[in-house]
Design a protein around this ligand. Structure first.
Ligand code: NAI
Length: 512
């Protein structure tokens, strides 16, 4: 492993807004002398005042000693002119998101700093290669992409442009680790890792809403309570702001030459058109304000539970095993039944969604009483389960399925019968995007999982999740979504096909 920067070396931070202040705080706490600059001198004063407050809060909470906080504060020094960065070993730029401004800044800095100084940009959407292109020595420029709020978010994407020297990237990775962060290395490509791989989290939810699978409150609850995501997609988009989220989607879509994977949604465009930008506007998918209650997620009325449930092919899928255990723990008799496909039989046949709608599956199997359940992160802990019924399904079979899961302690939410349901479809698309990023050399499989857990708080890395669901099942879900929609958006990553062809029964992304 490469060595990070010497703790006694100077770090210059250019741009003292939200990100610059956070980066300065983290570098100072790690022991560096930090020089902080902004074209608006008052911004530097505000940033330092903010750092003082943040350090005081850490002391109050017992996370830092008072003496340590004082020393960290003393290490942050305001810079009056850019040439005071001359002794820096690392310069991190966090000015406005504008290519010309960033290029001009680095051109000036290049003549100020010493030959060993590394130049880093905190850009989240501009090509690192383009920012460095006009420099005399582009090999020492790279991306150091922090997440907001910097002191709390562990992820740093260390981004190499085409000309970046590997040794510089290694030094910055080691430095970020010494600052207590989780660095992941990425090649400069639109969205880097997180902003690319996260797109389906929003895009599939918007598609579900467009197709009236359920209302936002129900889809959010399913993603939280079944999928284990900290925030549902609609509440998250409301928090980010629809102007910002829509702009990022558009920028990634355009950067990939209109790849339908990244297509923006007319549903979100209309919110932007209306000025319903989310929390900051008092209205987005939800309304905000004094005394405004959040809408409740849909839940099925209580139904009676049948006494005896048969499980086909118990043990063929870990999700079925875990669910069967939970049913048994609730006093339901679960007995084995013949059959090649894992299913519960309680009135109708209950399957894990495979990307077909329940209606399609009922038709394919010649079994009208077909009910699907959505993916659960942890069947032993989930508080909710999402079910969908075929159009042909009888009320008796539906009520029996609802009663079964209610008896096992689940709140049952009904999704209308869209292919792939909510969690399964989202996780399959997140994993597919992650696989493409790995296949295209943007990052490693380990990096993408760390990035999504540390950068956007996913409960599990998408590739580890695909391993848990089974790569064969993920493939089937994507292929069925592709067949249902006839859209290139759901095309299967070549890496997934390759893994399954090489090892049809035991393919995995991560070694066990
Ligand atoms: P901000 O608007 O809070 O701060 C930018 C600061 O840069 C302002 O104080 C401005 O006066 C100063 N500035 C502008 N031009 C300058 C120049 N030529 N030289 C020195 N200072 C200059 O912006 P924020 O949110 O801190 O973002 C900064 C950068 O970090 C942008 O590139 C942004 O895309 C990126 N970023 C932002 C994230 C966020 O969540 N806000 C997350 C990750 C990256």
């Amino acid at each position: 492993m490469a060595e990070g920067l010497d703790k006694n070396s100077v770090v210059a931070v250019i741009g003292s807004g939200a990100m610059g202040a956070g980066i300065a705080q983290v570098a100072a706490v790690a022991g560096h002398r930090v020089r902080l600059y902004d074209t608006r001198p008052e911004a530097v004063g505000q940033a330092i005042a903010g750092i003082v407050k943040a350090l005081a809060r850490l002391v109050e909470k017992g996370r830092m000693g008072a003496a340590e906080a004082d020393l960290a504060r003393e290490r942050v020094l305001p810079m009056r002119a850019l040439d005071e960065a001359a002794d820096a070993a690392l310069v991190v730029e966090a000015v406005v998101e504008n290519l010309d401004v960033k290029r001009a800044l680095f051109a000036e800095l290049e003549d100020i700093v010493g030959p060993g100084c590394i130049l880093a940009t905190n850009t989240s959407s501009i090509s690192v290669t383009a920012i460095g292109a006009a420099l005399k020595r582009p090999e020492r420029l790279l991306g150091m992409h922090f997440f907001n709020p910097v002191p709390l978010m562990a992820l740093v994407e260390v981004v190499s442009g085409v000309a970046t020297d590997k040794a510089c990237a290694d030094t910055v990775c080691a430095t970020a680790a010494a600052w207590g962060k989780n660095p992941v290395h990425a090649q400069s490509t639109p969205g880097f890792i997180v902003n690319r791989v996260a797109r389906p989290y929003y895009a599939e939810a918007l598609r579900l809403l467009l197709e009236r699978a359920a209302d936002p409150a129900t889809i959010d609850a399913v993603m939280r309570d079944c999928g284990g995501f900290r925030m549902g997609p609609f509440e998250l988009m409301d928090l980010i702001g629809h102007d910002v989220n829509y702009a990022v989607t558009q920028s990634v879509f355009n950067a990939y030459y209109g790849d339908p994977r990244f297509a923006p949604s007319v549903v979100q465009q209309e919110l932007v058109n209306a000025g319903f930008l989310g929390r900051k506007a008092g209205r987005g998918f939800y309304r905000y304000g004094e005394g405004v209650a959040m809408p409740q997620a849909q839940a099925e009325a209580a139904q009676a539970c049948q006494e005896n449930v048969r499980v086909t092919h118990a043990g063929a899928h870990p999700l079925f095993d875990a669910l069967a255990t939970r049913l048994r723990d609730a006093g339901i008799a679960v007995t084995a039944a013949d059959g090649a496909v894992p299913a519960f039989h309680a009135g109708g046949a209950i399957f894990l969604t495979d990307g077909r709608s329940a209606t399609q599956r009922a038709f394919d199997d010649g079994n009208p009483d077909t009910i699907l359940f959505d993916l659960l992160l942890d069947p032993s802990q989930a508080t909710r389960i999402a079910l969908a019924r075929a159009d042909q399904c009888s009320d008796a079979a539906w009520h029996a399925a609802v009663g079964l899961f209610q008896k096992a302690g689940f709140t049952v939410s009904r999704l209308d019968d869209v292919p792939g349901m909510a969690v399964m479809r989202t996780v399959a698309m997140l994993a597919n995007e992650a696989l493409d990023a790995v296949n295209q050399g943007v990052c490693s499989a380990a990096a993408v999982d760390i990035a999504m857990q540390k950068g956007v708080n996913y409960p599990r890395g998408p590739l580890a999740w695909a391993d848990a669901v089974g790569l064969r099942h993920v493939f089937t879900v994507l292929a069925n979504l592709g067949a249902a929609y006839g859209e290139d958006r759901y095309r299967v990553s070549p890496l997934l096909r390759r893994k399954l062809a090489a090892n049809p029964d035991g393919a995995r992304i991560h070694a066990r």
